[in-house]
Design a protein around this ligand. Structure first.
Ligand code: PEP
Length: 252
C-alpha cells in the first residue's frame, strides 16, 4: 500500500550549525519505522551536509525546496535537477504557495520543473492549496482541480508514480489555523478521486497525499488518522526536533 511520509520544510531558516544539529537530533531521536519515510528539506546550501548525515538511514531522505525549470546553461543562480540528483537529493518540493506568490510561479512553470525532476529520477512533492477567499466563495474544489489539471495531469501513468501530493490550504500555512481533519479529509478524498478519474483506481490508491498547514504535535494524530491523509508537510514545527519527533509518533 501507499507510503506514509513526514516531510519537514525548513524554508529559509537556520544557520549552518543549527541545520546540522537539527538533522542530527532527528536522526538520534527517530527510529526507523516500517512504512514511514522522513524527508528533510533544508535550504540548498545545507543539502550536501544533510545528505551525508543521513547516509546510514534508508528511511530518511533529503529534499530540495526548489529546482530550475531548465536542464543546464546560462541561468545564473539557478540549481538544476541534475545537480541535486548528483549530490544525493531524492525529493524536490514544487508548487509551494510561497513560490507561487513571492516568485510568481505559474502552473506552467511548475510543470516545467516537474518534468526536470522526473527526468532526473527524483520524486516531486507537489503542493496545491486554495486561498481563504476561494474557500469562502466555495470555489476551493475548482481551484485545486485546476492546479492539478494544469500540472501533474500532463504526466504519464508511469511518471505520476514519482509524485507525492501535498494539500496545503494557504490560509493554514504558518497561521496556526489548521484545517479541521474533516476539511482536510474531504479535500484529500476529492484529490484522490481526481487522480482516479485520470489514472485509475490502482494509481489513486497508491499515491501519497500529505496535509500541510500549521500541523503540530497536538493536531497531527487527528489529521493522520483520516483515511486519505498519508502524512504531513510540516513547516514551523519541523524546525524543533522535539515537535517533529512527536508528530512522527502521531501516525495511527
Ligand atoms: C509549509 O509552508 O509547507 C507549511 C506547512 O508551513 P507551516 O507548517 O508552518 O504552516
Amino acid at each position: 500500500m501507499r507510503k506514509k511520509i513526514l516531510a519537514g520544510n525548513w524554508k529559509m531558516n537556520l544557520n549552518n550549525y543549527e541545520a546540522n544539529n537539527l538533522a542530527k537530533e532527528i536522526l538520534v531521536n527517530s527510529q526507523k519505522k516500517e512504512k514511514i519515510d522522513i524527508v528533510l528539506i533544508p535550504s540548498y546550501i545545507y543539502l550536501s551536509n544533510v545528505v551525508s548525515l543521513c547516509v546510514n538511514r534508508p528511511d530518511i531522505f533529503v529534499g530540495s525546496q526548489d529546482c530550475s525549470a531548465y536542464a543546464s546553461g546560462a541561468y545564473t543562480s539557478e540549481v538544476s535537477a541534475n545537480m541535486l540528483r548528483n549530490i544525493g537529493v531524492k525529493y524536490v518540493l514544487l508548487g509551494h504557495s510561497e513560490r507561487r506568490s513571492y516568485s510568481f510561479e505559474t502552473n506552467e512553470k511548475i510543470l516545467q520543473k516537474i518534468h526536470q525532476v522526473i527526468n532526473n529520477k527524483m520524486n516531486v512533492i507537489f503542493c496545491c492549496g486554495e486561498s481563504i477567499d476561494h474557500r469562502n466563495e466555495n470555489k476551493h474544489f475548482d481551484w485545486i482541480e485546476k492546479q492539478i489539471k494544469e500540472t501533474i495531469f500532463y504526466l504519464s501513468a508511469e511518471e505520476i508514480k514519482n509524485v507525492i501530493i501535498a494539500y496545503e490550504p494557504i490560509w493554514a500555512i504558518g497561521t496556526g489555523n489548521t484545517a479541521t481533519s474533516s476539511q482536510a479529509q474531504e479535500m484529500h478524498a476529492f484529490i484522490r478521486n481526481l487522480i482516479k478519474s485520470k489514472y485509475g483506481e490502482f494509481i489513486a490508491k497508491s499515491i501519497s497525499i500529505l496535509y500541510g498547514g500549521s500541523c503540530n504535535p497536538s493536531n497531527a494524530h487527528d489529521l493522520f488518522s483520516k483515511n486519505d491523509i498519508d502524512g504531513g508537510l510540516i513547516g514551523g514545527a519541523s524546525l524543533k526536533s522535539d515537535d517533529f519527533i512527536q508528530i512522527l509518533a502521531s501516525f495511527k
